[in-house]
Write a protein that binds this ligand. Structure first.
Ligand SMILES: *Cc1c(COP(=O)(O)O)cnc(C)c1O
Length: 441
């Protein structure tokens, strides 16, 4: 970062609050038209539909190789559940009005890898495998994709390598999927990555490379290692449009799911979606799909730890990936390992900033309090990252200036659906989960 800018930022109130690890809520002072925002992304609805079709082609293969996908015929999707007890208790704790309905989207319990990364990560591995197989003449476009589960395919993929840098969950999803197809895989793990995630990957034959530093360094090293090997494909979490589209499928699919639950989304019934944000691909991609599905009636709010507010910092300063949380003196240390990212994606903030309502930051202590409350009131277990969005509800319900900017009336707020996108926890070992649920910070 340029030092003239550094000194300009020194006197900025919001930056000062961030520097002091304060929990804040920030939103752009005026809204942009949804159409305009969507046109600025550089990807179209047809790209999301194309991703959905690719997942459909692979579904028979996925159902064959993952027993947990048999029942859904190879479709990787999570349920959404209403959380009335959590709503009641959280509203009492946070002193909030109990208007609207709270729901939880359980990407935390997605099959295969137990986090939102089972969308983008698996999708990108499948897209790469399909491309290689088509180019090699092993696969014809109208083949039955169960042939991916065969010795010739596995032998072919064994000549190829996939590499990725991760704080844990992306590595898990990419490692599991790549190993299943027969690829050689290297996962470059940041210091935040939990031991059980590394153990799990090693048990599948994945090459886990550990770093003492944060996510940005793990990605950089992974990228470098991949450059030296022409048969190695590096999955670039900081820039990948393929990952983004894998996530976006979720946003489009939500329309049907809300219909199934008889939840209306229209001018009188707004939908608020709260998404934990790391590098930005997951929440950005999901929001892109949501905006295509619901237009201006969906409000997307991103949530980050107070120690790692990289997306907020990038969008607020307009510097995006040219600034890191370390540049303003933050340590990027958080128990929300899925969100421990110091520098945002170079693509998501620029592409999505006109479509995101607001950004909220949350302390680790608050995250632990929330996962414990959710466990007590609804018997649902999440990892700390996964609940980060919840604090956003408080701001949406209480910040009158935000409501004015978004032109939200009392009656709209009364009819609103609040969907907390829970992003991880389904694979956390029980002893580790017990620690989360008894943690006092
Ligand atoms: C990765 C992750 C996120 C955020 O996704 P990004 O693409 O990094 O923004 C949120 N929650 C959990 C549990 C994650 O693993």
């Amino acid at each position: 970062m340029m030092s003239s800018l550094a000194s300009a930022l020194q006197h900025d109130q919001l930056i000062n609050a961030l520097k002091h690890y304060q929990e804040i809520f920030w939103y752009p002072p005026e809204i942009k038209e949804c159409e305009h925002g969507l046109n600025g992304v550089g990807l179209r609805r047809a790209d999301i539909e194309d991703a959905e079709l690719r997942l459909t082609r692979f579904a028979p293969y996925l159902a064959k190789v993952f027993t947990e996908l048999e029942a859904s015929h190879g479709r990787i999707e999570s349920e959404m559940v209403s959380i009335p007890n959590m709503q009641k208790h959280a509203c009492a704790t946070l002193n909030l009005p109990t208007t609207g309905q709270w729901w939880l989207k359980k990407d935390s319990h997605l099959p295969i890898s137990g986090s939102i990364k089972a969308r983008g990560g698996i999708y990108e591995v499948l897209a790469h495998a399909e491309k290689l197989a088509l180019e090699a003449g092993l696969l014809q476009p109208d083949d039955d994709y169960t042939i991916f589960d065969s010795a010739p395919f596995r032998q072919f993929f064994a000549q190829h390598q996939i590499a990725v840098g991760s704080t844990g969950n992306l590595g898990l999803s990419i490692g599991i999927m790549s190993a299943k197809l027969g690829f050689r895989v290297s996962v470059h793990m940041s210091a935040d990555a939990r031991q059980w995630k590394k153990d799990k990957l090693r048990s599948l034959g994945v090459n886990v490379v550990e770093y003492a530093s944060d996510y940005g360094v793990a990605v950089e090293q992974g990228r470098k290692a991949a450059e030296n090997d022409p048969l190695c494909f590096f999955i670039d979490d900081e820039n990948s449009k393929t990952l983004f589209l894998g996530y976006a499928v979720a946003g489009l699919r939500l329309k049907q799911q809300l219909n199934d639950h008889q939840i209306k989304v229209d001018a009188a019934h707004p939908l608020f979606v709260y998404l934990p944000c790391g590098v930005g691909g997951g929440p950005g991609g999901v929001s892109f799909g949501l905006k295509h599905a619901f237009g201006e009636h969906v409000h997307c709010i991103f949530a980050e730890p107070t120690h790692s507010p990289c997306m907020l910092l990038g969008v607020y300063t307009g510097l995006h990936d040219q600034i890191s949380v370390q540049d303003i003196g933050l340590d990027n240390h958080t128990a929300a390992d899925g969100l421990a990212v110091g520098r945002a994606s170079g693509f998501v903030g620029r592409a999505m900033q006109d479509l995101i309502d607001a950004y909220v930051t949350v302390s680790d202590a608050q995250l632990f309090q929330f996962i414990q409350l959710l466990n007590q009131t609804e018997n649902i277990q999440l990892e700390p990252s996964a609940i980060a969005g919840l604090l956003g509800i408080g701001h949406v319900l209480q910040n009158q200036d935000y409501q004015r900017v978004q032109q939200l009336s009392d009656s709209q707020l009364k009819n609103a659906t609040h969907l907390i996108w829970a992003t991880g926890g389904g694979m956390v070992p029980s002893d580790e989960m017990a620690k989360y649920l008894s943690m006092h910070s």
